[in-house]
Design a protein around this ligand. Structure first.
Ligand code: GTR
Length: 350
């Protein structure tokens, strides 16, 4: 495990800094009766560096009346906490957040992505949901290195193995978990890290790095997520490293058009999560993300789950669209339709 983690760090994600020693938190808002009393809503400011210039604003919904700490889903959102719901109480990004997003950022409209965040459904099933905006730690925009947290810890000049933004986002999920360990309403031993697409790639790396995450859910994570790179199907390394040169470390670019020379493949990332539960979800029309390659990663990680005494997937034929299965500590489904994260996916993760 140590050898593989070192290879992933050096060659792909880059090296993340260690956890800050005295990270501070501040609960900035509490709404005890959100969603008609179903939930307590909180906003928590989680500092990422000692200067106070970089922080996450984590939005949390915790079901009311559980009488004990509840399990939680923790995942990053693409466009801002206020886009995940129509609730007026959710704050818009503040001045510090906007400054760290870089110049010219247009704040998207409230509720824009609400259909991807079925809070009430998740809460009714007894889970808390926690999320923050991807741009809080590190803007998801080319050429924005000067604005994010990476630069602070790099001392201003990145090396070939300095962390890319996927690593910075994953590290920030760990900082959010640091906070959850101190929040008595949540059972920090049962936090699932979850993400869609680029944030599914991020959830997998966060789950590999930090064994405090109890479960990992990667939805449509594709190239450099769950999909095997050596299949070179749909998005490949040359494409991803050109479109998003800041997602991974510079060393990773050495494998553009040279996937066969990678010293690992993505099934080994899944194996780094063993023996904890892992769920890989695909969509039948999301060929860019290579649904078959995503599934095969589970198959080829199964021997590692077996080492720990758990079963997994052994059938190398592609499951049919609409298939959904949990075997041992691995889950998989292939939803009919396009690249997205909809209620159908959430139902199965729950
Ligand atoms: C695409 C990218 C994919 C995936 C997706 C997303 O443009 O090629 O790797 O990350 O974005 O995050 O929605």
């Amino acid at each position: 495990r140590a050898e593989l983690m070192e290879l992933f760090r050096e060659r792909m994600y880059g090296r993340e800094p260690s956890a800050p020693k005295d990270i501070s938190f501040e609960v900035t808002k509490v709404v005890p009766d959100a969603f008609g009393g179903l939930s307590t809503m909180k906003e928590v400011r989680i500092m990422l560096d000692p200067s106070g210039e970089h922080y996450l604003v984590m939005l949390m919904f915790v079901p009311n009346g559980a009488g004990k700490p509840v399990p939680a889903f923790l995942g990053i959102n693409f466009k801002g906490n206020h886009t995940t719901t129509d609730l007026e109480e959710v704050s818009l990004p503040d001045e510090v957040q906007l400054r760290n997003y870089g110049p010219g950022y247009q704040v998207p409209e409230r509720g824009l992505n609400a259909r991807r965040w079925p809070y009430e459904y998740i809460l009714e099933h007894g889970y808390a949901v926690c999320t923050f905006c991807v741009h809080d730690p590190e803007p998801d925009l080319k050429g924005h290195y000067d604005y994010g947290i990476r630069k602070v810890y790099d001392g201003g000049s990145p090396r070939p193995d300095s962390w890319g933004s996927v690593s910075a986002w994953a590290w920030s999920l760990c900082r959010a978990l640091d906070y959850l360990c101190k929040d008595p309403s949540v059972d920090a031993r049962r936090v699932a890290v979850i993400g869609h697409s680029r944030l599914g790639k991020t959830a997998l790396w966060a789950g590999a790095m930090d064994r405090r995450f109890a479960m990992v859910v990667a939805n449509d994570s594709g190239c450099s997520g769950a999909a095997l790179s050596r299949r070179v199907y749909g998005e490949n390394l040359g494409i991803i490293n050109t479109s998003f040169p800041y997602w991974f470390c510079s060393n990773y670019k050495e494998y553009n058009d040279a996937e066969a020379s990678l010293p690992f493949d993505q099934h080994e990332l899944i194996a780094m999560i063993a023996p904890r539960p892992v769920y890989v979800a695909s969509a039948s029309e999301d060929l860019w993300a290579d649904p078959y390659g995503e599934y095969l990663s589970l198959v080829y990680a199964t021997p590692v789950y077996r080492l720990f005494g758990y079963d997994g997937f052994s059938d190398t034929s592609m499951p049919a669209a609409g298939d959904s299965k949990v075997i041992g500590r691995m889950g998989h489904h292939i939803r009919e339709g396009q690249h997205d994260c909809i209620l159908y996916d959430r139902e199965r993760f729950i």
